[in-house]
Ligand binder design. Structure first.
Ligand code: A1LUD
Ligand code: HCS
Ligand code: ZN
Length: 729
C-alpha cells in the first residue's frame, strides 16, 4: 500500500493540509436540485439539468459551499456521451455538456470565493481565511449502471457480456473530456463492482490523465461492495494506482460506514473519503424515486466525529442529504462558518454548552474519585464578569489569580507559580475536576503554572502583547476519564477534540475568529481519578491549533497543531498525553511555537508534515527532519507524558515533561523508563523532567540561542543525553 506519488498525491495532501487535515465534501446534488423543484424522473437523471437549467446546478453548488463544503462534485454523474447522444445531441455537443458541468462548478467556486474574500476583507488577513477554505472541483463519473438507469448501479450486476474492455470503451472518452475540463480531480463514484474499478484503473493509466482521481465504492452490507465483490480487493486495486489519491465509500447507509472505514484502512494509506446517503431510503429505479427502506439511520451527523476518528478525512453526503446535512458535518469537523460568529455569540454558545455539560456531569457520580481529586465533590463555581450577568460570585476586583487561588485553596494543588499578574476579566467555571477558563482579548502577559502531584493540573500561558483568547476544558468521570477538549488560540480552531463519553460531552469551545496577528493563550487541564487514573489531554497552541485526538481503550493521545501561515511570531503551547495499558500508544506529546506538528502515537504521526516556507520552526516528528528558519521566532513547547503501565494507580504516575526551545521536540517512550527524542533534529533548550513510578529523572538541557540550531540528529540527541541525569526519589 502506498500514499500515492506525483502531483496528484501532492494535490490531495496539500489540500488536506490547507484544510486542516480534513475536508467536507458536498451533499446530494440531485437531491438538492429536486428540493428546488427539479424533476429527475429521466434517463439522464440530474445530468438533464446541464442543458435545461445549468443555473440551478450552480445555485446548488453555491448552497453547498455556503454550508461549509470544500469539495464540489459536478453534475456529470449520469452525464455520458452515449446518454446525451440518445437525446439528440451530437458527439461534440455531448462533450461540451460534460465540460459545462465542470465550468458550472468552477463558476460557483469563483463566485463563492469572491464573496468570501469580500466578506473577510475587514480582517487584515482575509487572504489567509480564504486559504483556510480551499475548494476542489471533482468531476463526477458515475458507473455504467447509472447510465443504464436500471438499478444495476446498486447491484453491480452487469451480466456476463460486459467485460473490462466494454467498460473501458464506454468510459474512455468521457474520462478524457472531464479530465481536461478544468476540474481538480476525477470522482469515480458509486462504483458497484471490481470489474468497473479495474476498468477505471486501466483507463487512468492508458489515458495518462493529468489530474488525479478518487475511487468511491458502494456497499449494502458494510462488508463488501454491492456486487458482493470483496471490498478489500477493490480498495487494494485502487490503492495500487498512483493516480488514485483517495479511496472510500459513497451512497451507502451511514450505519455501514464505520466498519467500512476500518476495512479500507487496512488496505490503503491514502486519504479515506466517506459520503453516505441519508440511510433509511432505497432507490427504486422503476419509479425513479426514493422509498422508505425500513432501516433508518438516525442522526447521521452524530457519526461524523467517529468516522473522522476512525480515519476518514474527507466527509460529506450523497443522495438524500442536503445543505443542512453538510452544515452539520462541517460543524462537527469544525469547518465552515460557525467559526466566523462574533465573539459575543460564541461566548453564549460556550456558556450554553457549559451548562449542558454541567448537567451531564451532575447526573453522573464522582464519588469514586480519589482524594487526589477531591475537587470532584466541590460545587460548580462560576466566575463571570460579563456585563449583565447576575450570578457572578466574585468581587469586581477579582482577577484570574483570585479565581485560581480560590480553586487552589480547595484543591490539592501543590504549587503555584505566578510570574506576572494583571487584572483580567475571565469567565471561569470550575466543577468537579473540570475547569473552563475563558480569557478575554487583549490579555496581557500572563504565565501561570499550577501543579498537583496527580492533577488537577492547569497551565495557562499567554504571550504579550498580542490578542488572543483560548479555552480548554476537561472533565473527568468516574471510570473512563477522558473527556477532553483541546482548544485555544486567537483564531478559530479547526478541529477541536470533542467527543462523547458515557459521562457526557466534551465542550467544543470556539475561539474568536479573525484575531490575527495574533495569539495565543493556551490552557491545558488535566485531572485524575482513582479508578481512571488520570488522563487527559488538552492541547493547545498559541497560534490556532487544530486539536485532534484519538482514544484507544484507556489511552489517549492528542494531536495539536497549528495551521500554516502563522509565522513568524511568538507563541506558547502546551499539550499533554496520557494513557495506560500500552505505553507505546501514547508516546509523544507536543505543541507549541510555530507550526507544531502535533502529537504522535507510536503507530502513526497524526499530523501531516508542513512545508511552508513561512514556517518559523518545525516541530519534529519521527522522520520529519529538521526545522527551517527559526531566527525570527521564539517558541516554547511543552509536552507531558503519563504512563500508567509503569506505575500503579496509587503512586505517582510516571511522567515526562519537556520544555523545549526551538524547535520544540517530540519525545517518544521506548521502554519502562527510557525516553528518547523521537525526531531527528532540532535543539533542546530548557528543562526536562521525567519520573517513572519510584524514579524521577531530571534533565536540564543546554540552552541554545535562538537561531543557533543543530541541524543533525546526533547533536540533538547529544544535547539531550548529555544533560540527562537520573536520581532515585
Ligand atoms: C444514484 S441513483 C439514485 C441515480 C439514478 C439512477 N441511476 C437512475 O437513473 O435511475
Ligand atoms: N453525485 C451524485 C451522486 C449520486 S450517487 C449526486 O449527488 O447526485
Ligand atoms: Zn448517491
Amino acid at each position: 500500500m502506498g500514499f500515492g506519488s506525483g502531483d496528484g498525491a501532492d494535490l490531495m495532501r496539500k489540500f488536506l493540509n490547507e484544510a486542516g487535515g480534513s475536508a467536507v465534501i458536498d451533499g446530494g446534488l440531485a437531491t438538492e436540485l429536486e428540493a428546488h423543484g427539479a424533476d429527475l424522473k429521466d434517463q439522464l437523471w440530474s445530468a438533464k439539468y446541464l442543458f435545461t437549467s445549468p443555473d440551478l446546478i450552480k445555485k446548488v453548488h453555491l448552497d453547498y459551499l455556503e454550508a461549509g463544503a470544500s469539495i464540489l462534485i459536478t453534475a456529470s454523474y449520469q452525464g455520458t456521451i452515449q446518454g446525451f447522444q440518445s437525446r439528440g445531441f451530437s458527439p461534440a455537443e455531448s462533450e461540451a455538456l460534460l465540460r459545462r458541468s465542470v465550468e458550472i462548478a468552477c463558476e460557483a467556486r469563483d463566485i463563492f470565493q469572491g464573496q468570501y474574500l469580500k466578506a473577510s476583507s475587514g480582517f487584515s488577513e482575509g487572504a489567509i481565511n480564504l486559504k483556510q477554505h480551499p475548494v476542489l472541483v471533482a468531476a463526477s463519473i458515475g458507473s455504467y449502471g447509472a447510465y443504464l438507469a436500471d438499478g444495476s448501479e446498486y447491484s453491480g450486476n452487469y451480466g456476463q457480456e460486459i467485460t473490462v474492455e466494454t467498460l473501458k470503451d464506454f468510459h474512455r472518452r468521457r474520462l478524457q473530456v472531464l479530465s481536461e475540463a478544468g476540474a481538480d480531480i476525477i470522482a469515480f463514484e458509486t462504483i458497484p463492482n471490481k470489474l468497473e474499478a479495474q476498468a477505471y484503473v486501466e483507463l487512468l493509466l492508458e489515458c495518462d490523465t493529468k489530474i488525479p482521481a478518487w475511487f468511491s465504492f458502494t456497499s449494502k452490507d458494510g462488508i463488501n461492495v454491492v456486487s458482493g465483490d470483496s471490498m478489500a480487493e477493490c480498495v487494494s486495486l485502487a490503492d495500487s494506482c498512483n493516480k488514485v489519491v483517495a479511496i472510500g465509500i459513497n451512497c451507502t447507509a451511514p450505519r455501514f460506514i464505520h466498519s467500512l472505514i476500518l476495512s479500507i484502512k487496512k488496505e490503503t494509506l491514502k486519504p479515506i473519503l466517506v459520503y453516505p446517503n441519508s440511510g433509511g431510503e432505497g432507490y427504486d429505479p422503476v419509479r425513479k424515486d426514493w422509498v422508505l427502506s425500513g432501516a433508518s439511520d438516525d442522526d447521521f451527523v452524530s457519526y461524523v466525529s467517529k468516522w473522522h476518528e476512525a480515519g476518514a478525512s474527507l466527509i460529506g453526503g450523497c443522495c438524500r442529504t442536503t445543505p443542512n446535512t453538510i452544515r452539520a458535518i462541517a460543524k462537527a469537523l469544525c469547518k465552515g462558518f460557525d467559526a466566523g460568529k462574533g465573539e459575543a455569540e460564541q461566548q453564549i454558545e460556550v456558556e450554553k454548552n457549559s451548562v449542558e455539560d454541567t448537567l451531564a456531569l451532575n447526573s453522573t457520580s464522582f464519588h469514586n474519585s480519589s482524594s487526589n481529586t477531591s475537587a470532584c465533590s466541590r460545587p460548580l463555581l462560576v466566575y463571570n464578569t460579563a456585563p449583565g450577568k447576575q450570578r457572578n460570585p466574585w468581587p469586581k476586583s477579582a482577577n484570574i489569580f483570585t479565581v485560581l487561588s480560590h480553586i487552589i485553596g480547595k484543591a490539592p494543588l501543590s504549587r503555584v507559580a505566578r510570574k506576572e499578574s494583571h487584572r483580567l476579566t475571565p469567565t471561569c467555571r470550575l466543577r468537579a475536576t473540570s475547569l473552563l477558563l475563558r480569557l478575554p482579548k487583549l490579555t496581557p502577559s500572563l504565565s501561570l503554572d499550577l501543579h498537583a502531584p496527580h492533577g488537577p493540573f492547569v497551565r495557562a500561558l499567554c504571550t504579550p502583547p498580542r490578542i488572543g483568547c483560548g479555552t480548554a476544558s476537561f472533565c473527568e468521570g468516574r471510570d473512563i476519564a477522558v473527556r477532553s477538549h483541546p482548544r485555544t488560540g486567537g483564531i478559530p480552531p479547526e478541529d477541536p477534540c470533542c467527543r462523547r463519553t458515557r459521562h457526557g460531552r466534551a465542550l467544543p469551545v470556539p475561539a474568536v475568529p479573525g484575531t490575527a496577528p495574533r495569539t495565543s493563550i493556551g490552557i491545558a487541564v488535566v485531572g485524575a481519578g482513582r479508578d481512571a487514573p488520570l488522563h487527559t489531554v488538552v492541547g493547545i497552541a498559541g497560534i490556532p491549533p487544530e486539536g485532534r485526538g484519538s482514544l484507544r481503550h484507556r489511552s489517549h493521545a492528542l494531536c495539536a497543531r497549528a495551521p500554516l501561515g502563522n509565522a513568524p511570531r511568538i507563541s506558547f503551547g502546551t499539550a499533554l498525553a496520557a494513557g495506560r495499558r500500552r505505553a507505546a500508544d501514547h508516546n509523544a506529546a507536543r505543541t507549541g511555537g510555530v507550526l507544531p506538528r502535533g502529537l504522535c502515537s507510536s503507530r502513526r504521526v497524526l499530523a501531516p508534515p508542513h512545508t511552508a516556507a513561512r514556517t518559523a520552526s518545525r516541530i519534529a516528528a519521527p522522520g520529519a527532519g529538521h526545522a527551517a528558519a527559526a531566527s525570527t521566532s521564539a517558541c516554547i513547547g511543552e509536552a507531558s507524558l503519563e504512563d500508567l503501565d509503569a506505575s500503579p494507580p496509587d503512586r505517582l504516575p510516571c511522567s515526562f515533561s519537556v520544555r523545549c526551545g526551538i524547535p520544540p521536540r517530540t519525545f517518544a517512550r521506548t521502554g519502562a523508563a527510557e525516553l528518547r527524542p523521537a525526531d531527528s533534529g532540532g535543539t533542546l533548550a530548557g528543562t526536562a523532567r521525567a519520573g517513572a513510578g519510584d524514579r524521577r529523572c531530571c534533565a536540564r538541557a543546554r540552552k541554545q540561542p535562538i537561531g543557533d540550531q543543530s541541524d543533525g540528529s546526533d547533536d540533538g540527541r547529544k544535547d539531550y543525553d548529555a544533560s540527562y541525569s537520573e536520581r532515585t526519589r
